[in-house]
Structure formats: structure tokens, C-alpha cells
Design a binder for this molecule. Structure first.
Ligand SMILES: NC(=O)c1ccc[n+]([C@@H]2O[C@H](COP(=O)([O-])OP(=O)(O)OC[C@H]3O[C@@H](n4cnc5c(N)ncnc54)[C@H](O)[C@@H]3O)[C@@H](O)[C@H]2O)c1
Length: 244
């Protein structure tokens, strides 16, 4: 298929060493991008960067000063995938405001700060791709994830606004919403709730929870020229458990 190559493009993926992030980095690299793996976990990021022929950077997305340092060191990017995210699961009425602050910083503030730093270079060069990894929990609600859903829902307004502001600079901006996906994030919850994943799978029309590759395929496609007429959209990858 024409228009699928990312050769000559630099793609920065936050949380690139995590479950979904690894799959995104691998897919972007397979399309020819030079991948910048940005993660709190430097050894894991370095290992993955070695596998996909990219470079690794440690960054703490909860720390605005560290994001400034990182963006100066990492240099420009043509593709920016905001994939890093954290969730603290607890009933909202007894939830800890310190957890709200952590989720706001990593899930929403960091994408805002990174985009503010890197989008001007994209529009100056006349080409760019912003992809925000949100969650179906933000579209449909998710028990125990009130603050998480609020921060992830904030990405919808941000991405749509950027789609309008950056369109004339050749930059698209879209949101991908995974449903339950088999990664360390979900395994951590499953360990505390035995049987949860089987129960979830039975509720999903396609009868299994997601795999990181399911999400990565759409993210990578949205970064290609072939997806150049798609902007301001929010797409779920959830086996049909949510339909919008
Ligand atoms: N797994 C799911 O079921 C699911 C469902 C919906 C949405 N999501 C979203 O998909 C994205 C990826 O999730 P995942 O399941 O692969 O998670 P994961 O926990 O496997 O990976 C997250 C990555 O982010 C990194 N990270 C965490 N805090 C960081 C920080 N302060 N600075 C820099 N990096 C940091 C971690 O080191 C890790 O590599 C997240 O935004 C998540 O909210 C996941």
C-alpha cells in the first residue's frame, strides 16, 4: 500500500517501554521511523530501543522540569505519540487527591507540555502527527477510575483543539482509546481480582481482551501519510465492548 512509509521521520513515543508502548515503537520502526523511546524505566527503554534500532531517553513525565530537560535533549519530532499513562484504582469518594495530582501530571499535563514544546517545529516543517492514547474508560466511565477517566477525557478536548489549530501546518491530531488490553497495567489489577480478565473477555463481542498489537496497528496507521485526511477523531480499539 502506498503512503505507509515513515522513513526519514522521527517518532517520539512516551511510555515506550510499557506494554502498549513497546508494540507502538515496534510498528513505527517497522514503517521506517527513527523511534525515540521515552520512559521512566531507562533500562527497559534502552533494551527496546536496541531491538527497534531507536534511541532511549529517561524522562519523568510527572516532573515538568524534567520534561523541559528531556525535550531540549531529544530534539525535534515529526510524530508524537502520547502513550504513557498511570491509573490508581479506588472508589472516588475515598480516593486520595495525591493520586489525582499524579494522574493529572502524567496523563494530561505532560501531553500538553510536550505538545507545546514540539508542535511548533512540526508546523514549521509542514508535517506532523499527534496521537493521544486515552482510554475507553474515559468514553464510557470505569468503576474505580474517576480521576483517571477525568484526565484521559481531557485528552479529547486537547486533541480536537489541536486538530483545528495545527491543520494548516500539515499536522493531524487524533485519539486512540484502548479497551482492556493485556499489559502489565492490567495484569497488576488482575492479580488483585482473580478471574477478572475471563469475566471481561466474556463481555466483549470479539471474546478476548485486547493485545498491545491491536492498539499499535491503529496508532501506527494514524501516523502515516495514508491517514493524512483523518484528524480530530477518537477511535476505540476494544473488541466492540464499547461502540460509539
Ligand atoms: N492496558 C489497558 O488495558 C489500557 C486500557 C486503556 C488505556 N490504556 C492506556 O494505554 C497506555 C499504555 O498503557 P499500558 O497498559 O501499556 O501501561 P504500562 O503500565 O504497561 O506502560 C506504561 C509505561 O509508562 C511508563 N511511565 C509510567 N510513569 C511514567 C512517568 N512518570 N514518566 C515516564 N514514563 C512513565 C512506564 O514506565 C511504562 O513503561 C496508557 O496511557 C494507559 O492509560 C491502557
Amino acid at each position: 500500500m502506498d503512503g505507509m512509509s515513515l522513513t526519514g521521520r522521527t517518532a517520539l513515543v512516551t511510555g515506550g517501554a510499557g506494554g502498549i508502548g513497546r508494540a507502538i515503537c515496534a510498528d513505527l520502526a517497522s514503517l521506517g521511523a527513527r523511534v525515540v523511546v521515552a520512559d521512566l524505566d531507562l533500562p527497559a527503554a534502552e533494551k527496546l530501543a536496541g531491538e527497534v534500532g531507536g534511541v532511549a531517553h529517561r524522562v519523568d513525565l510527572a516532573d515538568p522540569a524534567d520534561i523541559d530537560r528531556f525535550t531540549a535533549e531529544a530534539g525535534p519530532a515529526d510524530v508524537l505519540v502520547h502513550n504513557a499513562g498511570v491509573s490508581v484504582v479506588e472508589p472516588f469518594t475515598t480516593s486520595d487527591p495525591a493520586h489525582w495530582d499524579l494522574m493529572w501530571k502524567i496523563n494530561l499535563r505532560a501531553p500538553m507540555q510536550l505538545t507545546r514544546a514540539l508542535l511548533p517545529g512540526m508546523t514549521d516543517r509542514g508535517w506532523g502527527r499527534l496521537v493521544f492514547v486515552s482510554s475507553d474508560g474515559a468514553r464510557a466511565g470505569s468503576g474505580g477510575e474517576g480521576a483517571y477517566a477525568a484526565t484521559k477525557a481531557g485528552l479529547f478536548g486537547l486533541a480536537k483543539t489541536l486538530a483545528r489549530e495545527a491543520a494548516r501546518g500539515g499536522v493531524t491530531s487524533n485519539v486512540v482509546c484502548p479497551g482492556p488490553t493485556d499489559t502489565p497495567m492490567v495484569q497488576a489489577v488482575a492479580e488483585r481480582h482473580p478471574g477478572l480478565l475471563d469475566k471481561l473477555a466474556r463481555q466483549i463481542p470479539l471474546r478476548r481482551i485486547g493485545r498491545p498489537d491491536d492498539v499499535a496497528g491503529l496508532v501506527a496507521f494514524l501516523c502515516t501519510d495514508r491517514a493524512g485526511y483523518i484528524t480530530g477523531q477518537t477511535v476505540s480499539v476494544s473488541g466492540g465492548i464499547t461502540m460509539h
